[in-house]
Design a protein around this ligand. Structure first.
Ligand code: ADP
Ligand code: GLC
Length: 505
């Protein structure tokens, strides 16, 4: 599409982008949002590392001529190659940084539960290389859009060493906070690699608890900030959800927005999903029963239609309430129910839920690992989808489950609270089941409510399914909101530049 003058140039810099490299929802967002922004006419470029698992041939990636020279402060200049591809189903260019030492290994962030020792350099390199890439591409972004701690330092770089850069000097920055728990906190010496001067290692900028905190640097320096739901934008201003950064977030509260993620309905739609046993839609739900049958077979459970089947697809970490589920699961399985779980994460959970499967072979089955096809089968085949999260910035699975007519059972926090409406038996309204206190008893009670509804309230079940499938969370709507924030950020940046030129720094 031809670039109109009012269209924007935006650089997305992130650690993940589906389908190339994805550990969670960050990958989904970076794989989808740019495509929808491009459809609006904007010139979007995406940059991520070329991890070893990204097969260059499979995706037809082509090398760009030359190499990027990336200034890594005290570590000197470092070099990397760049490969170019397209986000599938679009013309959006995505660039992959080829650096064997940093990215030529299995795993994006860790191995066997241990974060890589050089994650500081790996992601500072990504952040700087993303800005250097603009020179190679002759690309002058209006906005650089950074995501989470991995590229969170970019706004600080734009305000310091890149302030007068010919390509990125005028760029505004937006930092999206997908998760406040992970902040990129490293030894102070990292300041020497950042090369922006020790004066920025202070309480108001990059320093937290005597460490360099990359996310904090981004929060302080970004032109604007957003989280992936309105609820989470409010929550992170409190000690319970701010992970020690609630003070700096509050400082910037007027520059902080909440935009709920969208669903890529081209991938998550039961009417055309190629991974599920039978297609179905609100008008003809027959296929859903076949999907349940198929899911039970896939995971070795008795193929019964008359039992409520609960599903989980999730990273197995405390954020997702895996510990709470572990506490509640024996009580849940005393009822006549089935439960399937697809996930991986903390090693204790692999053993624990593996044992549960051995103890209750007719009721509980799990697949430990990452399997996208199985994730689709769970969304379609389960009667209910369970998300007992301690915190959830947005959460995508509950929105997928709504689309698949699988009412979610959620703890009312962040995006879960924003996207699910509690079931009202009297008015047959609502899309799922909510509870508030983060504990095994509340989870068990709410699952009990769902079991009761399954057996005794067929009208309620049908209404829940119907209401959920009608609910849409489109990327088109989210992309429009992002566009608004980009424009606001550009105005702010220009205003700041004007003041700097007129009154000096
Ligand atoms: P988070 O990013 O915190 O993990 P989200 O709900 O935003 O949570 O996104 C999770 C994404 O990762 C969804 O697309 C989900 O289907 C996918 N996912 C998580 N675990 C697995 C797994 N074990 N196998 C397949 N897909 C998974
Ligand atoms: C994070 C959050 C999740 C959110 C995702 C995408 O991983 O944990 O809630 O949906 O980012 O924004």
């Amino acid at each position: 599409m031809k670039k109109r003058p009012e269209n924007l140039s935006i650089l997305f810099a992130a650690a993940e982008a589906a389908p190339f490299a994805k550990e969670g929802g960050l990958g989904d967002v970076v794989g989808a949002l740019p495509r929808y922004l491009a459809r609006m006419g904007h010139d979007i470029r995406v940059v991520i590392p070329r991890y070893a698992r990204i097969d260059r041939e499979r995706y037809g990636l082509l090398p760009l001529p030359g190499a990027l020279v990336v200034p890594m402060g005290i570590s000197g200049h470092q070099y990397c190659g760049v490969y170019e591809g397209r986000l599938p189903g679009s013309e959006v260019p995505i660039y992959f940084l080829e650096h064997e030492q940093y990215y030529g290994r299995d795993g994006l962030y860790q191995q066997d539960g241990q974060g890589f020792m050089d994650n500081d350099n790996r992601f500072v390199f990504l952040s700087k290389a993303a800005l250097e890439l603009c020179k190679m591409l002759d690309f002058r972004p209006d906005v650089v859009h950074a995501h989470d701690w991995h590229t969170g330092i970019i706004p600080a770089l734009l305000n310091t060493s890149y302030l007068h850069d010919r390509f990125t000097g005028g760029a505004a920055s937006l930092l999206t906070l997908h998760n406040m728990q992970h902040q990129g906190s490293f030894y102070p010496g990292l300041m020497e690699v950042l090369g922006i001067g020790w004066k920025h290692f202070n309480f108001l900028e990059l320093e937290k608890d005597d460490q360099v905190n990359l996310l904090k640097g981004g929060i302080c320096h970004a032109t604007l900030l957003n989280t992936v739901s309105e609820g989470y934008a409010r929550e992170i201003q409190t000690p319970e959800y701010g992970w020690g950064l609630e003070g700096v977030v509050r400082e910037r509260a007027t520059d902080l927005y909440g935009i709920l993620n969208g669903v890529d309905y081209e991938e998550w739609d039961p009417a055309r999903d190629p991974f599920i046993a039978a297609r179905y839609s609100p008008r003809n739900m027959k296929g859903k029963a076949l999907c349940k049958h198929d899911l039970q077979a896939a995971l070795g459970l008795p193929q019964r239609a008359d039992v409520p089947l609960f599903g989980v697809v999730s990273r197995m970490v405390s954020q997702k309430g895996t510990d709470i589920l572990a506490e509640a699961i024996h009580r849940i399985l005393e009822m006549d129910v089935q439960f399937v779980m697809v996930g991986n994460g903390e090693p204790w959970a692999h053993f624990y839920f593996g044992d549960i499967a051995a103890m209750y072979p007719d009721r509980f089955a799990c697949y430990i690992g990452y399997d996208n096809v199985l994730a689709h089968k769970v969304e379609a085949g389960a009667d209910f989808f369970v998300m007992p999260s301690a915190f959830e910035p947005c959460g995508l699975n509950q929105m997928y489950s709504l689309a698949y007519g699988t009412p979610p059972i959620v703890r009312a926090t962040g995006g879960l609270d924003d996207s699910v409406e509690n079931f009202d038996e009297k008015h047959l309204s609502g899309t799922g089941f909510k509870y508030w206190s983060h504990g095994a008893t509340a989870l068990f009670d709410t699952i009990g409510w769902a079991v009761y509804t399954f057996f005794n309230n067929p009208k309620g079940m049908a209404a829940l399914r119907r209401n959920g499938m009608r609910r849409r969370f489109t990327w088109e709507a989210a992309a429009e909101k992002y566009e608004e924030i980009y424009r606001l950020a550009i105005r702010r940046r220009r205003g700041a530049e004007y003041c700097r030129n007129r009154f000096g720094e």
